[in-house]
Design a binder for this molecule. Sequence first.
Ligand code: NDP
Length: 253
Amino acid sequence: MATTTNSSCTVSSFKNAIALITGANKGIGFETARQLGKQGIIVLIGARDKIRGEEGVKKLKEEKINAKYILIDVTNEESIKQAAEQTQKEYGKLDILINNAAIHLEGEPPSKTSMDKLRQTFETNFFGVFAVTRAFIPLLQKSTIGGGRIVNVSSQLASFGNNLADRNKLAYSTSKVALNMMTYQFAKEFANNKSTIKINSVDPGSTQTDMTGNNPKFGPIEAAAEPIVYFATLPSDGPSGQFFDKQKQVHAW
Ligand code: NDP
């Protein structure tokens, strides 16, 4: 277990890198795109809705960020395939993939959670991430920054070590636990293949977004995006296969 901070790392080599962020039309995904864009990274704003995606791009362009909308519904394999083909055609590579899109549907106790809700949640938060990651690995292998970077946006609710009292989130929590193990499994494969791709899970911390009903007790999106950006722009000697738990400020399993 190693302590980490969010201090900025060397990112000069990431200038003009290409980053795809899923669910980037709002919330933490949008802010992550904004912070990456501010570093000179070209950001592909992944969104399942054209109007919402293009609105996000417009806002980023007003800040002189090089942003482009890309249609991607993580539950639709055809849209993932087309997004990968489009990225290959237009850029020939991908440097950074942020698997951010997720849903959180329930608040009821586990015994009242429907199979449908559980399946729907896993469809987006786990299977969706897997499908996107698998489709974009060939492009990440062509990264020109010395190795692609993947960040899976996770949650502190994926850890036994955190205070889960009064939280009825069976589907959401288990989907993020499974996501973390996916991170670990891909990291092992990359290490075994001597691939320079790094993959990590990052908890952005409780944040004021639509997902949390913009709860004023929670933190701002700016702070949530910071650890995601940090892991997206790791130097070549940075970690892989870790779960960054924001509450504890550690890489932890
Ligand atoms: P929001 O609900 O604000 O945003 C979620 C984004 O995901 C939206 O852009 C949404 O698109 C998109 N999305 C959902 N389903 C799909 C899909 N099938 N295909 C493509 N995009 C999709 O959530 P947050 O910004 O709060 O969450 C971002 C990430 O942070 C998530 O992974 C979440 O689990 C994680 N997280 C959030 C915390 C918080 O306190 N907010 C705490 C810990 C983790 P659309 O607008 O079309 O619905």
